[in-house]
Design a protein around this ligand. Sequence first.
Ligand code: ZN
Ligand code: MN
Length: 141
Amino acid sequence: MKKYKNLCLKLTPQRLAILEYLEGNTDHPSASDIYNAVCKRFPTMSFATVYNTLKALKGKASIQELTIDPDKKRFDPNTVHHHHLICTECRKIIDIETEFELDLPELQKHGFEITGNHIDFYGVCPECAGLALQEYGGQLH
Ligand code: ZN
Ligand code: MN
């Protein structure tokens, strides 16, 4: 909560519940994930409240909006620089906190002074791989 204290956000109980849900959350939830979770405590809360809170946090650079899931925007309260590992089956997103020594060839820089990078790694997570193996095995027998 410390992180959100000095943002000058109007803190209604619903907003607080949203912030509490987001703090330290590494699941990269979508707006509807957040809505469904917080709704349990505030059944009268509207989706617009979630949407507006996320928008306000994004405006204050306190949350990252991720566009790596084509089905829905995902949100990341971890604003420290990091990379992502994404399961192409279940869309699980895992934080990768290793720094990579990457540089663009001079010609590809287009005159830019490069200040950063963000890498998305894709693959199939062990859970999904195990499932696929079971299904495949089932077909063979
Ligand atoms: Zn998966
Ligand atoms: Mn992340």
